[in-house]
Design a binder for this molecule. Sequence first.
Ligand code: FE2
Length: 422
Amino acid sequence: MYDLIVRGARLGGETVDVAVAGGRIARISSRIDGTAGREIDAGGRLLSPPYIESHVHLDTTLTAGEPRWNESGTLFEGIRIWSERKGSVTREDVMERATQLLRWQAAQGVLHVRTHADVTDPELVGLQALLEVREKVRDWIDVQIVAFPQEGMISYPRGTELVEEALRLGADVVGGIPHYEHTREMGVESVKETFRLAEKYDRPVDIHCDETDDPHSRFLEVMAAEAIRTGMGERVTASHTTAFGSYDNAYAFKLMGFLAKADINFVANPLVNITLQGRYDAYPKRRGITRVKELWQNGLNVSLGYDDVMDPWYPLGTGGMLQPAHMTVHACHMTGRREVVACYEMVTTNAARTLGLEGYGVAEGGGADFVLVDAPNEWDAIRRLASVVLVVKGGEVISETRPPETRLMGEVVDFRREGREG
Ligand code: FE2
């Protein structure tokens, strides 16, 4: 007698039954005899480990239009609007909005989220709110918080102290924003400070690095050098690195070899960077995204984030992770057969590596955290921007979605499911 059996799911190219007992995956087999408290017919749908959000800002989310919409669509109008909205930020306000987005994400099969919390605020209101949210939602979604000095660590008064205070209060990861510091030298100093704090408090690093079209913004090399010096490579993440898309090829080639040695993780945020970057270009306009394809081809770990969902910098979004994966396929020329699947991995297995998750994946004896996707495989999940119809966390069904049914002249037309299977 099991707690749950999911029958007829696609996993690793095979059709299997999956039995769950005591919060763990008890068995995976082509046919499981026996009964369960609940049986679910997967109908040939993909059984996947949960989606992972590698980079989002829960403290600014769901404020789009408050007090006004960003009509120019630029980063700088976004910053102006946020400074107007900031006055009405309270702990309750942040908690309510952050929890709402986490609910949207869990409902869409996202069970791990890394959020940045702006700590350039002497009261640390957003950080305190997100620490409280992290504990309140613990049973259904896992949240990691980055102590992120939005207005600079060295340039902002007591910036480094505020980051350190956030770590003492329980932030999981040390952040930074070197390209925003007043000078190149201050940027270099901030990267070194981030690593110093990471070593002192034994925390991973996740830096907003070179999020600009300026080809002279070269803090990624400083991060890589620090990762090599400290041996922290796999616990280090370079987020955005959009300037990498603007470096000349001679420098990019040298850098790529150096990055492979550093063994750091990369997070691209294609939805936001394709819209925020390139704003100062005449035609041809740059795409403003890091070299996802080349990083992937060189064996570096790349995962994806939303960055913003309905805030002054990006008015759209649902929190579903197939949207950034779908955008990556397009904006980063990842349309090859294997490349599309690689983009799926960027919101699942690669992201697990970025977040340093242990025991992630669907395997006998492992934790029963998985989702059923309304598609037969990963490739098709991206093509269809498929819904997640079932979310299982710790062996419990926490979310169910009824797939839509469309009738044309009285007959079911299943354009969501018909098509070429790969
Ligand atoms: Fe960000």
